[in-house]
Design a protein around this ligand. Structure first.
Ligand code: FAD
Length: 501
């Protein structure tokens, strides 16, 4: 019998039963049902697993790794104040979690649920291994207001359209957030210590590009709650949430909450946001409703991912499989994408480009050198700070997939690597939304014009000036594509889809 199979003998040995709480995308101590259940059970130890081995789990991008490093340091400090040690381990969850449970002689193993396909598979495997070893395993709802299997249409299926989904979900009661737990009186007997965070090498070295990220963000629970509090302000008019319906579209103003990475990493829970916003309904009725519905889009993205685990690689509307978006030729992804669907048909040369030109355009887009100031400002903001304003994300994504004819999956991957809020649901969901291939997506013919969008949403030019200081000088590149021509080509390619070619 291996140690992982030995039934716990904590009680037999006269100790209080020990609990193991496994942290994942819920790096906080408040409103954490699994932590609470563990502490109620007995002396508690916490675990975080850097899992880059379980099949299908997406390795984190560079900006996310930076965030995770600081988030774990923050969590370790919060847990220490509660007397709870945090063990760090690296490897496949199914190997690590049962092993740590055995080392610490935990008879109760708990976590908050995840909703991606590979993550659920890993959790199911862990649950059965833990139980097979004679320990109790339990999971809780903490990261979404709804369980995706619990909110269904009248026909019993998943929602495909946002408005009825949100109507249903926002009419429900959502539990109040749980308070911060008290310090545990008795810590478990120390066992194997685990890895050192520094040794994981999550922060960039040679070169260290994280300076502007650190200026822009403080990862962690207190910082997230402080942002929420600032955004909602006192229970009076004139707060950011009251102005949100107009200000949220202006990238030059601090008109949105900037909570996305805090929600992504679970420093702040959707229950905390939901109830905090509900408390502002009287002072800012419209603003609080619009803001709450943005939380709804996050829920809808996860709802969609739960029902379509391959959201990052497959068009939800399969007719788009025939759209001639550019992917690197011979690339693995293209082969997989086109498998069983025959060769992509010939398309107009302005939509499908040769590799050299497409690579050049993709690189210009990534680096913020497209010659469209709003897009370039956004891409540079992203590169520097790991975040981009939502309006600019939409315009920039639209330029890539519609005017440059490059596959949304390449844009999605770039965002995955560079966003601090990169999310396995929201990122592919929104890329497919912009591309037209997604759930309740923007109609394909809605092609944002980056020039008119700039005039409308950055009227005083403050956003562009902040990120593209050379705009208006000879150093700034010419537009990399003709907007009118490329738009017409994209629409023509789309019309051909309808002809079923
Ligand atoms: P606020 O306007 O203050 O909104 C509050 C919260 O609502 C956000 O923090 C976020 O959690 C949620 N939210 C708002 N809009 C959306 C949306 N369209 N979809 C899902 N949730 C939303 N958001 C991510 O969290 N992770 C991603 O990886 C991501 N990738 C995106 C890719 C593209 C191409 C686009 C167009 C949007 C993407 N978004 C993503 C959605 C949105 O841009 C960000 O959530 C938003 O900019 C975050 O800023 P904020 O916190 O100030 O938002």
């Amino acid at each position: 019998m291996t140690s992982a199979q030995t039934p716990t003998s904590a009680t037999a040995a006269g100790q209080r039963p020990t609990a193991l709480v496994w942290f994942r995308d819920d790096l906080r101590v408040r409103d954490h049902p699994a932590l609470r259940a563990a502490l109620a059970h007995g002396p508690t130890v916490a675990l975080y697993v850097l899992d880059e081995e379980s099949p299908g789990i997406r390795p984190l991008g560079g900006a996310a790794r930076w965030w995770l490093h600081h988030a774990l340091a923050d969590l370790a400090a919060s847990l220490e104040r509660l007397g709870v040690p945090l063990v760090l381990r690296r490897g496949a969850a199914a190997a690590i979690v049962p092993d740590v449970a055995a080392q610490w002689r935990a008879d109760y193993v708990v976590w908050n649920r995840r909703y991606g396909g590979p993550e659920r598979r890993a959790d199911t495997a862990v649950k059965s291994l833990v139980r097979r070893a004679g320990r109790q395993a339990e999971s809780f709802q903490a990261s979404l207001l709804h369980e995706p299997w619990d909110v269904t249409t009248q026909q019993g299926g998943p929602y495909k359209v946002f408005t009825p989904f949100w109507k249903e979900l926002s009419a429900r009661d959502h539990r109040h957030p749980l308070p911060a737990p008290r310090r545990q009186r008795e810590a478990p007997e120390p066992a194997a210590p685990g890895d050192s965070l520094e040794d994981w090498g999550l922060t960039p070295r040679g070169p260290d590009w994280s300076g502007p990220l650190a200026e822009a963000w403080t990862p962690g629970e207190e910082a997230g709650l402080a942002l929420l509090k600032d955004f909602l302000g006192p229970d009076t008019a004139g707060t950011a949430v009251a102005e949100y319906p107009e200000a949220r579209d202006l990238p030059g103003r601090p008109g949105t909450s900037r909570l996305s990475p805090y929600l992504r990493w679970g420093h702040v829970s959707p229950f905390q946001v939901w109830h905090a916003v509900a408390d502002r309904r009287r002072a800012a009725p419209e603003g609080s409703a619009v803001f709450a519905s943005e939380l709804g889009w996050r829920e809808f993205a996860w709802h969609t991912l739960f029902h379509h685990a391959d959201l990052a690689s497959v068009n939800l509307r399969r007719e788009f499989d025939a759209y001639p978006w550019w992917l690197p030729s011979g690339g693995r992804s293209r082969v997989k994408h086109d498998a069983g669907r025959g060769r992509p048909r010939e398309a107009s040369p302005a939509v499908v480009r040769g590799d050299a030109e497409a690579n050049r355009l993709l690189e210009a887009w990534r680096r913020g050198r497209t010659g469209f100031p709003l897009v370039d400002a956004g891409q540079r903001e992203l590169w520097a700070t790991g975040w981009m304003h939502n309006r600019v994300r939409m315009v920039s994504a639209s330029l890539l997939v519609k005017n440059l004819g490059i596959h949304w999956r390449l844009g999605e991957r770039w965002f995955w690597d560079t966003l601090v809020d990169a999310d396995t649901a929201s990122n592919p969901f929104n890329w497919q939304w912009v591309a037209g291939s997604g759930a309740d997506a923007a109609p394909f013919f809605r092609i944002f014009n980056p020039v008119t969008q700039e005039k409308k949403f950055d009227p005083d030019g403050s956003y562009v000036r902040a990120w593209v200081p050379e705009y208006g000088t000879d150093a700034y590149p010419q537009p990399c594509v003709d907007l009118a021509e490329s738009r017409a080509d994209a629409l023509e390619a789309y019309r051909e889809l309808g002809r079923g070619s």
